[in-house]
Design a protein around this ligand. Sequence first.
Ligand code: FMN
Ligand code: ADP
Ligand code: MG
Length: 190
Amino acid sequence: MNCVFRNALPFVTMGRVVKGFGRGSKELGIPTGLPFFIVGQVIKQFRRGQRELGLPTANFSEDVVEHLPKELDCGIYCGWAKVDSGPVYKMVMSIGWNPYYKNTKKSIETHILHEFKKDFYGSMLKVAILAYLRPEKNFSSLEELITAIKSDIQAADKLLEQPEYQIFKDNSFFQDKNGQNNKYINGHKT
Ligand SMILES: Cc1cc2nc3c(=O)[nH]c(=O)nc-3n(C[C@H](O)[C@H](O)[C@H](O)COP(=O)(O)O)c2cc1C
Ligand SMILES: Nc1ncnc2c1ncn2[C@@H]1O[C@H](COP(=O)(O)OP(=O)(O)O)[C@@H](O)[C@H]1O
Ligand SMILES: [Mg+2]
């Protein structure tokens, strides 16, 4: 299974920019290049999400992090996510160094707005990153970090209800064909 995913990675492709995505602006310091689609394997990290924050984050493998295009700056984002061939759910995502924990490696972590019955390490995670919420920050307490993440979740929950974000839920990127996405393979239409 590992091998199948590794052969398919990195899988990072850019999609069509639709009306309402005039957010990317160098003057405002907001990243351009959205929406962004990523698929990769979920790996084990520090387990702080579940154990310390009560907010698990599915972390992408190192190959995905290494091949992330420069256009996608560090920060907090939201969009849609799908685990293996499951349903598409809302998600919030952190891309960066987790300044509160002073990580030495960059990570891409997705918290899915759904209660899963069990962990899904090793699964294939697909994400459509649609909107930038804020830069990553340091906090003086764990409670402040948790409050900030909960506020991101609320903001994402509301934002993703808007029609220009809803359409991505049905994007062909998320559709399975023989267990694989055959429409885009490593950025090439098939
Ligand atoms: C929506 C969201 C926002 C986050 N914002 C920050 C942040 O501003 N600063 C920070 O240090 N970490 C931030 N994080 C990352 C958490 O610190 C991280 O998810 C936690 O350390 C779990 O890491 P682990 O998966 O390696 O166990 C954020 C995570 C999410 C999901
Ligand atoms: N709603 C969810 N969103 C993201 N991951 C979840 C969710 N529910 C359960 N998980 C599981 O929790 C794991 C992440 O927990 P976390 O404490 O962040 O550990 P790690 O440091 O290994 O990423 C995910 O890899 C996944 O298997
Ligand atoms: Mg995590």
